[in-house]
Ligand binder design. Structure first.
Ligand code: HEC
Ligand code: HEC
Length: 238
């Protein structure tokens, strides 16, 4: 038993290492911010908050982005905090993560009946600015802590018997990501519960397959729907 656990743990460590080296995923990131991302991983601690904000925003111009994002406000909110719980909040999300998702919708590696046609209207030149605008907004936040103990337990603890690595090891202690220069792991803390629940089910059922190395599919595929509901409840309150 001990040996099996050791092997599983070693495999998961390998996945994590592979993921961390895959950060600037070339196919997803044709032209953007190589220097910012490359330097970020090594020295986040001594960055000033202005530098940190720049890293989070990426290569685009948030001021130009505000005008270009007009088309998105109806669903995602002018400050990136959507009213409709099925439309994700984008406020304070990593710029490079936002851009990756739009490119994934364009390339059909992520699909949605509303967002896919929306994404196809966005040009490459506008995408960096629009992403920078939403990334520059005050970060999304839950209305109140949920107090869901099952969700908290799953969020903070590995369950190696089910290949589940604790969520906070990638998404950060309170689900706000790791550091401003690492856009691989999106901000999920404070996101709408209904959106989180839907995405986790999509990863579980293989409807969404665009996480690097399929890491999210592997992580949630043995969770019950009730556990996924508990996680979504807990994370939305962070
Ligand atoms: C008519 C409503 C609507 C409009 C307009 C719209 N979106 Fe969306 N957007 C959605 C919905 C709904 C989703 C969730 C789709 C899913 O489940 O895959 C979404 C998802 C996204 C995501 C994925 C977020 C994440 O956390 O993974 C991004 C990024 C995004 N939209 C960006 C944009 C941008 C940029 C625009 C403007 C060009 C835009 N959207 C316009 C409804 C909309
Ligand atoms: C080994 C790292 C890792 C672990 C552990 C992990 N995630 Fe993720 N997660 C990711 C990555 C990478 C993405 C981005 C996928 C993409 O690029 O589309 C992601 C995306 C997500 C999203 C989609 C966010 C959005 O805005 O659409 C949700 C929700 C999520 N994770 C929840 C969880 C939960 C809940 C757990 C624990 C059960 C968890 N994650 C554990 C790496 C991880």
């Amino acid at each position: 038993m001990l040996q099996r656990k050791t092997i599983i743990s070693a495999c998961l460590t390998l996945v994590a290492v592979l993921l961390s080296t895959a950060v600037p995923a070339a196919s997803d990131n044709p032209s953007s911010q190589p220097s910012a991302q490359a330097s970020a991983g090594q020295q986040p601690a001594d960055k000033t908050s202005a530098d940190a904000a720049k890293l989070r925003i990426g290569s685009g111009d948030p001021v130009a982005g505000k005008t270009k994002a007009d088309l998105c406000f109806g669903c995602h909110g002018e400050d990136g905090n959507s009213m409709d719980p099925q439309s994700p909040k984008l406020a304070g999300q990593y710029g490079a993560y936002i851009a990756k998702q739009v490119r994934n919708y364009q390339a059909t590696s992520r699909t949605h009946q509303i967002m896919s046609p929306m994404a196809s209207t966005v040009s490459d030149a506008d995408l960096a600015d629009i992403s920078a605008y939403f990334a520059s907004q005050p970060m999304m936040k839950g209305d109140a802590p949920s107090g869901n103990q099952l969700g908290k337990k799953l969020f903070e603890n590995d369950d190696l018997s089910r290949m589940m690595v604790r969520c906070n090891s990638c998404h950060g202690t309170s689900g706000k990501g790791q550091n401003p220069g690492n856009p691989l792991y999106p901000v999920i803390g404070g996101q709408h519960k209904a959106y989180l629940y839907g995405q986790l089910l999509n990863f579980k059922n293989g409807v969404r397959n665009n996480s690097n190395g399929g890491v999210m599919n592997i992580t949630v595929h043995r969770l019950s729907d009730a556990e996924i509901d508990a996680l979504a409840d807990y994370i939305s309150g962070l």
